[in-house]
Design a protein around this ligand. Structure first.
Ligand code: GLN
Length: 488
């Protein structure tokens, strides 16, 4: 019997149903662990013990009345980008260091309706801009596998909370890799749904044509439970979709999509020059082949421009979205301004950190008169070509298998002075985001004691394929059962 904090959600749910454990006891267990390890890991920005214990007591009552779903009474950690009524939502920024949203995001409202218990809000890169969690105003986060390494970003706090057993489940968001890359760096599983699958209502906007919320957990079954609750059409988000939703209801009851051996494509551009991760990816491919999956090479010729295209478009959208933080409508307000211009300039200069400023400046530049066609419009065109590459590949194969990131977690401070090197981390995740596709990162090995992740990519609205294939893989491997030592 594994420790409670290593037990999959279905197992915890069974203990709650059998009355062998109450949600209050389970919640205390996780709150105690957070208290013990928060100092070293800094995975949380806000911890909500009183509310958690009250929600847990309510969940216990609900279970006694026979009105429970598998998530009722299960604690979870929430990225601090989802607005939560009465609980601070900072988005990792000084700009929102005192912001208490007057409303609840759709995703967190649905999780609360299912009866899950909010433990707290997790640390993240400022406004979700980063790949290492080092741009957070609230300090960087330690990777539990090696405290001197980054956990990845921007959903680094969520990944660490799950990896160190401070929460069985967490929410993340992914604009260009922010669920998948930290999941890979921390040895857990993470799913970025199809654009439009999870409502963006109440999720603080970074780049609205790319942002997507999704689940993070140790294993694929747990991802399915949380995805089932988070996903689904929402009239409050104009880009929300109800495509291929039938199987989501099953997920909420713990029924995973049926698996059958699929054809996997290996995009050759993603394996060129791949270092230490290559052997693990090869091993993963053999696991699938042994289960009857077919594997063939495919080509995604427009892979190389994905990073510049992503950083032009995401920056442009961010520059527009972040204009609301001006000290008047939203956000930090500078003291004693001598006029309105001084108020804007100082509020924004004081409230935003260096990486966010860099994105606003480059994004504004790409949208400005005389440069709009050369940068923004051209990037939009190349985005279309990137998407077409994927659609063509999916004419021949059912899913794609790639690395999640170029390597394992890097050292804290190693890339902070070189933004372009930091951006290179996103080479395998941004093309998928630009195409709006769903993708799953799963642990698939280790290098120098640090976990490695692989990415499965599916056609639009086919998360069912990802879950089925991921489940097959985790049936025959135990990477997702490995835990970092020292967080007992
Ligand atoms: N690392 C990427 C960036 O900095 C992706 C971030 C994200 O997905 N939110 O923009």
């Amino acid at each position: 019997m594994p420790a409670l904090h290593h037990t999959p959600v279905a197992g915890l749910s069974a203990l709650l149903t059998a009355g062998e454990l109450s949600s209050v006891e389970l919640t205390r267990h996780f709150l105690d662990r957070i208290e013990r390890y928060q100092g070293e890991l800094n995975a949380f920005i806000t911890v909500t013990p009183e509310r958690a214990l009250a929600d847990a007591a309510a969940a216990d009552a609900r279970r006694r009345q026979g009105d429970a779903s598998p998530l009722t009474g299960i604690p979870y950690a929430c990225k601090d980008i989802f607005c939560t009524r009465d609980v601070l939502t900072t988005c990792g920024s000084k700009m929102l260091a005192n912001f208490v949203a007057p409303y609840e995001s759709t995703a967190t409202a649905r999780i609360a309706d299912a009866g899950a218990v909010l433990l707290g809000k997790t640390n993240m890169d400022e406004f979700a801009m980063g790949s290492s969690n080092e741009s957070s105003f609230f300090g960087s986060v330690g990777n539990p596998w090696n405290i001197d390494c980054v956990p990845g970003g921007s959903s680094g706090g969520s990944a660490v909370a799950v990896a160190a057993g401070l929460a069985p489940l967490a929410t993340g968001t992914d604009t260009g890799g922010s669920i998948r890359q930290p999941a890979a760096f921390c040895g857990i599983s993470g799913l970025k749904p199809t654009y439009g699958r999870v409502s963006r209502y109440g999720m603080i906007a970074f780049a609205s044509s790319l942002d997507q919320g999704g689940p993070m957990a140790r294993g694929v079954e747990d991802l399915g439970l949380l995805l089932g609750v988070m996903a689904g059409f929402d009239a409050a988000d104009s880009t929300s979709s109800d495509a291929n939703e039938d199987w989501l209801a099953g997920l909420r009851e713990g029924r995973m999509p049926a698996a059958e051996p699929l054809t996997i494509g290996l995009p050759k551009e993603y394996f060129d020059g791949l270092g230490a991760a290559a052997a693990s990816l090869d091993e993963a491919r053999r696991v699938f082949e042994a289960r009857g999956y077919r594997v063939r090479e495919v080509s995604l010729p427009h892979t190389e421009p994905a990073i510049p295209v992503y950083y032009v478009l995401a920056g442009a959208e961010a520059s527009a979205n972040l204009s609301r933080y001006d000290g008047i409508r939203f956000g930090h307000r500078a003291d004693n301004p001598h006029d309105v211009r001084d108020l804007y300039v100082r509020s924004r200069s004081e409230g935003f950190g260096a990486e966010v400023k860099r994105r606003i400046l480059t994004g504004t530049y790409a949208l400005s008169v005389g440069y709009y066609e050369a940068y923004y419009q051209k990037a939009q065109r190349v985005r279309r070509l990137i998407q077409q590459d994927f659609l063509r590949a999916f004419g021949d194969v059912d899913i794609l298998l790639t690395p999640t990131a170029p390597g394992a977690a890097f050292r804290r401070g190693e890339l902070t002075r070189d933004p372009v090197a930091m951006y290179q981390q996103d080479v395998y995740t941004t093309p998928v985001s630009l195409a709006g596709l769903p993708a799953l990162s799963l642990p698939c090995g280790f290098v120098d004691g640090l976990p490695l992740g692989m990415q499965l990519i599916a056609p639009h609205f086919r998360e069912d394929r990802l879950l089925a294939a991921g489940l097959d893989f985790q049936h025959d491997t135990d990477w997702h059962h490995r835990h970092p030592e020292g967080w007992q």
